[in-house]
Write a protein that binds this ligand. Structure first.
Ligand code: BGP
Length: 479
């Protein structure tokens, strides 16, 4: 029996800064992603107090500048998504294309024209656009001049940006998300909050202040979306890593609960329930400050309460395991958070602990916590693909990963979870966020481009392309 509802939204997900390229075309300004050097040390480098923001354009050192040149290939790329029978396509709008410096009063019409065409192309194929308003890409000027999201003025700038795109596209686009992986700032506040060492990223109070400002800005987007059309669905987006205690030691169990509060649940609790959770003060006291030390107005709290999100979008790649009792346990790496090595799980080439059952648990935890629709908007396996001489990639490892996660979603649906859709990450190969390289690939479509920027940029279907097409056409029956 088919577990997936008839209108289930199968698709794929990308982010502007990782695939568009054309970083200075159509009046686009520089974004924080444009300043990130390539390579796995990119977050560390940018966080150095003396990081040099000037960009050396002579080398292929900044892979986000060129992405996979989707800016000039979007018609071809979306045609390929349509061939896989995508019902929806999740992408983001580059803030710096619409407001190049972030603080202008008027939007850049050329930037909007690009998204007019992108959305029209989706519509041509009956692909429902799902838009992330801000995905790890804010105008660099807002980082350098205003210090990133810790500055309350960013609420005004984001509101202007959100108003511009919501007003322009609300008739064509029903599904929106406010901020990508808002909770990722817990470990890496660079991309989402524009906080680097030189503007206070190492002081946790700044991160919580930045979150508050983002919560308020997000609530304003929800409010505006509903004013434009009460049927619009505006969601939040969190990074979820199902978290286990290594053993039955109550000390580890308590640490697991606290990790869940601090990482998996805090941002969602505020955005879904519209209020700060009971454990807020505890989280802040741990870092030596109090809720009352933050700049939070009564009108902010009223706004949050009145404008909770409509659904919860989340990314899921791996689970994590906690052992605070034994400091000698082998550590694991992961999607921004690591934990200790779980002996029951295999890992990806980057050490991320692959755990499909953990996705079923995540779906149950989130749904029973919030009772609002869920949307798995990122999931996938980063791997080094090895094309043959005809550029064919037999990516059975990726098919296995996705199949097991789709089975886990089907299981969660039988558990009673209301799941709207599934958009695997990087449905076409793109620049990796954490490594800043092309060689960590997720796509159903291979892009001929290497870590040095060499390649024809030609697109080739991988084995997973035909497999996923079959999954969609059978509504998840044929895995
Ligand atoms: C998420 C981000 C994406 C994406 C993905 C894969 O955290 O929302 O932007 O890149 O992870 O991560 P990576 O590219 O580091 O493998």
């Amino acid at each position: 029996m088919n577990k997936f509802p008839k209108n289930f939204m199968w698709g794929g997900a990308t982010a502007a800064n990782q695939l568009e390229g054309a970083y200075q075309e159509g009046g686009k300004g520089l974004s924080i992603a444009d300043a990130l050097p390539g390579g796995p040390d990119r977050f560390k480098l940018v966080n150095a107090p003396d990081f040099d923001w000037s960009i050396d354009e002579n080398h292929y050192t900044y892979p986000n500048h060129d992405g996979i040149d989707h800016y000039h290939h979007f018609k071809e790329d979306i045609a390929l998504f349509a061939e896989m029978e995508f019902k929806c396509y999740r992408f983001s709008i580059a803030w710096s294309r619409i407001f190049p410096n972030g603080d202008e009063k008027q939007p850049n019409e050329d930037g909007l024209k690009f998204y007019d065409q992108l959305i029209a192309t989706c519509q041509k194929y009956d692909i429902e656009p799902v838009i992330t308003i801000s995905h790890y890409e804010m105008p660099l000027n807002l980082v350098k001049k205003y210090g990133g999201w810790k500055n309350r003025q960013l609420i005004t700038f984001y509101e202007r940006f959100a108003r511009t795109v919501l007003t322009r596209y609300y008739k064509q686009v029903k599904y929106w998300m406010t901020f990508n992986e808002i909770n990722s700032a817990f470990t890496f506040p660079v991309m989402g909050q524009g906080l680097v060492a030189s503007n206070g990223a190492n002081d946790k109070q700044n991160i919580y202040q930045a979150w508050h400002n983002q919560f308020v800005a997000g609530a304003k987007a929800v409010k505006l979306g509903h004013e434009l059309n009460p049927q619009l669905k505006v969601g939040c987006m969190v990074l979820y890593a199902t978290t286990y205690s290594y053993d039955a030691n109550p000390v580890n169990q308590l640490a697991t609960l606290e990790q869940n509060q601090a990482f998996n649940h805090f941002c969602g609790d505020v955005q879904v329930r519209g209020e700060y959770p009971a454990y807020t003060e505890k989280l802040m006291n741990k870092f030596g400050f109090s809720f009352t030390d933050l700049e939070i107005g009564d009108e902010d709290l009223a706004l949050l309460k009145a404008n909770p999100v409509d659904y919860i979008g989340f990314s899921y790649y791996m689970s994590t395991t906690i052992d605070v009792a034994d400091k000698n346990r082998e550590q694991a790496s992961g999607n921004l958070i690591g934990g200790v090595k779980n002996p029951f799980l295999k890992t990806s080439e980057w050490g991320w602990q692959v755990d499909p059952v953990g996705l079923r648990i995540a779906l149950n935890e989130l749904y029973n916590r919030y009772r609002k629709p869920l949307f798995v908007v990122e999931n996938g396996l980063g791997a080094v693909d090895k094309p043959d001489t005809n550029f064919h990639v037999q990516d059975d490892y990726r098919i296995d990963y996705l199949r097991e996660h789709i089975e886990a979603m089907a299981g969660a649906i039988t558990d009673g979870v209301d799941l709207m859709g599934y958009t695997p990450w990087g449905c076409i190969d793109l620049v990796s966020a954490s490594t800043g390289q092309m060689s960590k690939r997720y796509g159903f479509i291979y892009v001929d481009l290497d870590d040095q920027g060499h390649g024809t940029l030609k697109r080739y279907k991988k084995a997973s392309f035909d497999w996923y097409k079959k999954v969609i056409s059978s509504n998840g029956d044929q895995l």
